[in-house]
Design a protein around this ligand. Structure first.
Ligand SMILES: Cc1cc2nc3c(=O)[nH]c(=O)nc-3n(C[C@H](O)[C@H](O)[C@H](O)COP(=O)(O)O)c2cc1C
Ligand SMILES: [Fe+2]
Ligand SMILES: [Fe+2]
Length: 402
């Protein structure tokens, strides 16, 4: 049975949810599922805005048929040529012989790479600021390269002031039938997933997101229709504010996150000790085991928090592998401008601190607080003052930023 929602009299949501998939991109856990949004504009001409993932094709075609109600499809606009949104293009091309596929030159190049179908005579190639008139509705195309693929574009519908934003403003999570942001408690139930989606998937491309936000700021936008997660028709400033902060690599919260790796529990003990001292100094922190918590959550917390503590053992003259992977991922995702603190452990020749410092030195705007702390196997009472000094340095730095 179809499941669609009206965004307005002429614009319809025809997407769907996947709650069975365990890992998005076969990488990121999605305990709350994911949704793939597609939209249909009904005017003198009909236009479909992107398609959906292969996992929900059956529902998608029921939705398309339901909204078209016997009419044909004139255009398919491909804002993003990634398989989670493109899986049904070839089937649409077969079903609707008069349908034109609208994309930029790169979109069509990627189509030819993914699919084995000749679109000769079936394409409309658009560039920055080109428009497509559907009758009362007009779509304007704006390029959004590297948010997060090179062919990405966003489409602005001028009469109803709707922005079809591709993956930008998307989130993990399956809203089910409650597709509008005012039908859910986003801040309570969705923000973590949205931050985790942004930081891990789009996080590397802050400057490109800033460029899109600049383009968007010149438009009068009433509704944002992303390719994943809820449709935004209220509180647009809230969402745009989050994106602005994330893409400038500014922390959302002035607080500490303590990330530790530990084989036998002694580095863990030091991390807990620090959290206790921070709490007594009135500083909020959360402690994460880098071996237990999926990296995507760690990255998300690193984007959220202003102060990041890294505590890890030395391992075969190197750094504990789970911590090393985390720091490499942070660098790959371009995280910048945080205050860090370091605790290292080692039984015969501690190296972890030096290596963590080198990794942080390779990222932009990472300030490492002094003193850092070296534990030899386990923390000793004689080090209590050193740990207090570290906690105090963090607390003072946090107070300065508040
Ligand atoms: C496989 C392995 C390799 C290690 N390599 C080193 C090393 O190269 N240098 C060193 O000082 N300690 C090394 N250690 C010792 C740990 O860093 C040390 O035991 C530390 O106290 C472990 O902290 P934890 O209790 O938090 O796991 C190694 C331990 C293991 C299990
Ligand atoms: Fe994508
Ligand atoms: Fe996507």
């Amino acid at each position: 049975m179809y499941c669609t929602r009206n965004i307005s009299e002429h614009i319809h949501w025809i997407g769907g949810n996947d709650r069975r998939l365990a890992l998005f991109e076969n990488l990121f856990p999605i305990p709350n599922g994911v949704s793939y949004n597609s939209y249909l504009i009904m005017d003198e001409k009909t236009a479909l805005m992107d398609t959906v993932d292969a996992s929900i094709s059956r529902l998608f075609f029921e939705n398309v048929d339901h909204v078209l109600n016997g009419r044909t499809l004139d255009y398919l606009i491909v804002n993003h040529m990634e398989p989670d949104h493109c899986a049904n293009i070839d089937e649409l091309v077969r079903r609707y012989p008069d349908m034109k596929v609208v994309g930029n030159a790169k979109t069509l190049q990627f189509f030819n790479q993914f699919y084995h179908m000749d679109l000769e005579g079936r394409t409309v190639i658009v560039k920055e600021n080109d428009t497509l008139n559907l009758g009362a509705h007009t779509l304007r195309f704006l390029m959004a390269p590297m948010v997060h693929w090179p062919e990405v574009m966003i489409s602005y519908e001028e009469s109803e002031k709707v922005l079809f934003s591709a993956d930008a403003f998307g989130t993990f999570g399956a809203p089910g039938g409650t597709v509008f942001n005012d039908e859910i408690d986003f801040d309570r139930d969705w923000l973590e997933d949205a931050r985790r989606y942004y930081s891990n998937i789009v996080g590397k491309y802050g400057p490109q997101v800033q460029a899109v936000l600049k383009k968007a700021s010149s438009l009068d936008i009433r509704i944002i229709c992303p390719l994943h997660g809820p449709i935004w028709r209220t509180d647009l400033e809230y969402l745009i504010g989050k994106y602005d902060k994330w893409s400038r690599y500014e922390p959302e919260d002035i607080c500490a996150a303590i990330f530790y790796g530990s084989m036998y529990g002694d580095t863990e003990n030091a991390a807990d000790h620090l959290a206790a001292l921070l709490a007594e100094a009135g500083v909020k922190s959360r402690v994460y085991d880098v071996s237990k918590t999926h990296m995507s959550y760690l990255i998300s917390e690193a984007f959220r928090c202003s102060h990041l503590v890294f505590a890890a053992p030395t391992y075969n003259n190197g750094l504990y592998p789970a911590m090393e992977s985390f720091l490499l991922d942070m660098k790959a995702l371009n995280l910048q401008n945080r205050t860090a603190a370091i605790i290292e452990n080692g039984t015969w020749a501690p190296q972890a601190g030096k290596i963590m410092r080198e990794h942080l030195g390779g990222m932009k705007g990472m300030a490492v607080l002094e003193p850092s702390l070296t534990i030899r196997s386990s923390m000793k009472e004689s080090q209590a003052d050193d740990m207090k000094a570290l906690a105090q340095a963090i607390a003072e730095s946090i107070a300065e930023k508040q």
